[in-house]
Design a protein around this ligand. Sequence first.
Ligand SMILES: Cc1cc2nc3c(=O)[nH]c(=O)nc-3n(C[C@H](O)[C@H](O)[C@H](O)COP(=O)(O)O)c2cc1C
Length: 366
Amino acid sequence: MRTELCERLGIEHPIIGFTPSEHVAAAISKAGGLGVLGCVRFNDAAELDAVLDWMDANTGGKPYGVDIVMPAKIPTEGTQLDLDKLIPEEHKAFVERTLRELGVPELPGDTEERAGVLGWLHSVARSHVEVALKHPIKLIANALGSPPIDVIEQAHAHGVPVAALAGKAEHARRHVDNGVDFVVAQGYEAGGHTGEIASMVLLPEIADAVDVPVLAAGGIGSGRQMAAALALGASGVWMGSLWLATEEYLRTMPSSEAMQSALVAATSSDTVRTRIYTGKPARLLKTRWTEAWEAPGAPKPLPMPLQNLLVSHAHNRLHEANDPGLVSMPAGQIIGRVDRIRPVAEIMAELLAGYEEALERLEKTR
Ligand SMILES: Cc1cc2nc3c(=O)[nH]c(=O)nc-3n(C[C@H](O)[C@H](O)[C@H](O)COP(=O)(O)O)c2cc1C
């Protein structure tokens, strides 16, 4: 499987894998795709720097990229303390009551709590870019809009192309006007932040609207779906959810057994698009936690970045509870295909074999 993207990014197959795990990202790159490491979890740029050192030592010289989150449209600054003050008491009380009613235990006294995600503050995301550009990255991608034009120029000055996610053709056009090199067309089915248009409709719209390579994202988990994406006008695929169900993911996030059991058990109906994770619509695994926010009397989620700060302690408690029914995790509808936890290389091999089979089947229709 080869397209123009292979030349542009120096990869064997146009399969780009977004993941918050450096172990998964390295394995995707080593298998011939492009592993793209999500930076939003790094509140501290020095921690990201150390992880990218690890990537440099463990990708066997294969290309990799990073993903930052610089939302185009939210108030993006403030210290955690300032922001905490903006969270209404009613919301805090709801979260506490819900955790109690769901039977989620308190954290053991010696637990080191992860702070709420601050990676989408522009100051933090800019520190990610500074650090990442000191490493041999081959792509910077941005969720939630074009990155600011000076960040695009900074990447280009280092010879690094920029990609941005888009859920509408008009967003894709704006990205290209701003200087973005690749558009990731992300359909409604996708895990994480997502718009309202399904991949089948969105992808040809975006491919027709822009003259840069388009990557198909949202609902891709088989070679057949990759062939469909290329038929619809994509130059490659961008996948996220499938990589959560890998052995490598557990190496970065060792206590993710409950999340992985929930993924294996889930059908394609077991996700929900909701604002409770970050304040913007994102597709998550449907669990008793997401259902509690839909029950009568639940408050409306707060805007980004307050909602994630509101639920970050709850996320730590839900994580420690280690119960598949209480997981809070972005995941797309494609998880209906996940039936076991596998190494990344096995998934890549299956995708490529499935792509060949799909082409052979199509060839017979001529
Ligand atoms: C757990 C998880 C976290 C995600 N976080 C981000 C993120 O920080 N930045 C981003 O650009 N996309 C993020 N996404 C979206 C992915 O980049 C990708 O576009 C999406 O997963 C593709 O759809 P799929 O889930 O159907 O494969 C996330 C997806 C998942 C499943």
